[in-house]
Design a protein around this ligand. Sequence first.
Ligand code: ZN
Length: 146
Amino acid sequence: MSMSNKALPEISGGMDTTEAEWKQRLTSEEYHVLRQKGTERAGTGEYNSFVAPPEGGVFVCRACNAPLYDYKSKFNSGCGWPAFDDDLGTVDRHVDNSFGMKRVEITCKNCGGHLGHVFEGEGFTKTNERHCVNSLSIKFVPGPAE
Ligand SMILES: [Zn+2]
C-alpha cells in the first residue's frame, strides 16, 4: 500500500533512541506499554470503540510516528482493545513465551515499540488475523491515504 497521506507526521526516533530519551518523549503510561511491554486495561483505551471519520486516516506509532495500520483494517473484535486484521508492512513479530503461553508479540519495525499481540485462525475477517493493539501504542491521524 502506498502511504502518501500528506497529514502524516514525520517519523522521529528509532532503534537508536535511548531509554532516557523515550522517557522524556512519552508519558509514563505510554512508556510502560511501548518500552516495558505493558498492557492497558481492557475496554479503557481511547481507540477501543473508535470509529474513523469519513475521510479515513492512518494509525501511526505513538513513539516514532511510523504508519502502522490503515483505518480500513480496524474491526470490532469485542476483546476490549483496538483490533486490526492487517498492517502496513511496518510491524515486526516475535514469539513470546512469557506467562506460560505462546503468543506472538508485535512491535513497531522502526523503533521497536511494543504494540500488542497478533492472533491467527480466529476467523474474524478474511485475513484471519487479529492484531490486538494497545491504544497507548498508536495515534490516529485523519486524512485521505490517496
Ligand atoms: Zn515506532
